[in-house]
Design a protein around this ligand. Structure first.
Ligand SMILES: Cc1cc2nc3c(=O)[nH]c(=O)nc-3n(C[C@H](O)[C@H](O)[C@H](O)COP(=O)(O)O)c2cc1C
Length: 179
C-alpha cells in the first residue's frame, strides 16, 4: 500500500499545520494511507549525547516511518520568515549519520498554514535547500500556502473551510499520483 509520512512542524495542540496535515490525511486516495508522525519528544540535537546515548526513541520512530514511506509530506509553520527551529531540529536529528540514507531519493512535498496573508511561502522556500542537501526528490507540481488560517480553521485546529479542504485534497492527491 502506498504510504506517506506526514510531519507537522508545530507542537501546539490546536496547530493550523497539524490540522492541515489531518485534512490531507482525510483526503488520501482509496488504498493509500498517511502515517502522521510527531516531533514531540525530539530533544535538541547534541552530537555528544548522540555519541554517548545513541538515537532518541522519538527520532528512531520517525526514521522507521520515513524508511517505510513512499513519500514524505512536511506541513511547515513559518517563524520570522524561516523554518521554525523545532522542525529543523527534528529533521537534523533524523538525518544524522546513517539516518540520512532514508532521505535519499525520497519524494517530498511541502505545504503550510499561517494566520498571515502569504501562508508560509518563505518557510516553504527555506525548506528546499535543506531537502536538496538531503538528496530528496522534490515534488514541485503543487503548491499549497494556506494564509489567513484563523478564518479557515476552528479553535481546535480543524480545517473547516470546504473550499480549502478541496484544495488540500487536490494537493495531496496530486502528490500521491506522482509516486
Ligand atoms: C516566533 C514566531 C514568529 C512568527 N513569524 C511568522 C512569520 O514570519 N510569518 C508568518 O506567516 N507567521 C509567523 N508567525 C505566526 C505563525 O504563523 C502562527 O503562530 C502559526 O499559528 C504557527 O503555526 P501553528 O498554528 O501550526 O503552530 C510567527 C509566530 C511565532 C511564535
Amino acid at each position: 500500500m502506498t504510504t506517506i509520512l506526514g510531519l507537522s512542524g508545530s507542537l501546539r495542540k490546536a496547530s493550523f499545520n497539524t490540522g492541515l496535515l489531518r485534512a490531507a490525511s482525510d483526503a488520501m486516495p482509496e488504498g493509500t494511507k498517511m502515517v502522521i508522525g510527531t516531533i514531540e519528544g525530539v530533544p535538541l540535537y547534541n552530537g555528544d549525547d548522540e555519541a554517548e546515548f545513541g538515537t532518541p526513541e522519538a527520532v528512531e520512530r520517525l526514521r522507521t516511518h520515513l524508511s517505510a514511506a513512499d513519500g514524505f509530506l512536511l506541513s511547515t509553520p513559518e517563524y520570522n520568515n524561516g523554518i521554525p527551529g523545532v522542525f529543523k531540529n527534528a529533521i537534523d536529528w533524523m538525518a544524522s549519520g546513517k539516518g540520512a540514507d532514508a532521505f535519499v531519493g525520497k519524494p517530498v512535498a511541502v505545504m503550510g498554514a499561517s494566520p498571515m496573508t502569504y501562508g508560509t511561502v518563505l518557510a516553504q522556500d527555506a525548506w528546499w535547500p535543506v531537502l536538496r542537501t538531503l538528496k530528496t526528490r522534490p515534488w514541485f507540481e503543487g503548491r499549497l500556502m494556506v494564509g489567513r488560517a484563523r478564518d479557515l480553521f476552528d479553535s481546535n485546529g480543524n480545517l473547516t473551510d470546504a473550499d480549502m479542504r478541496k484544495r488540500v485534497a487536490d494537493f495531496v492527491q496530486g502528490f500521491v499520483a506522482s509516486l
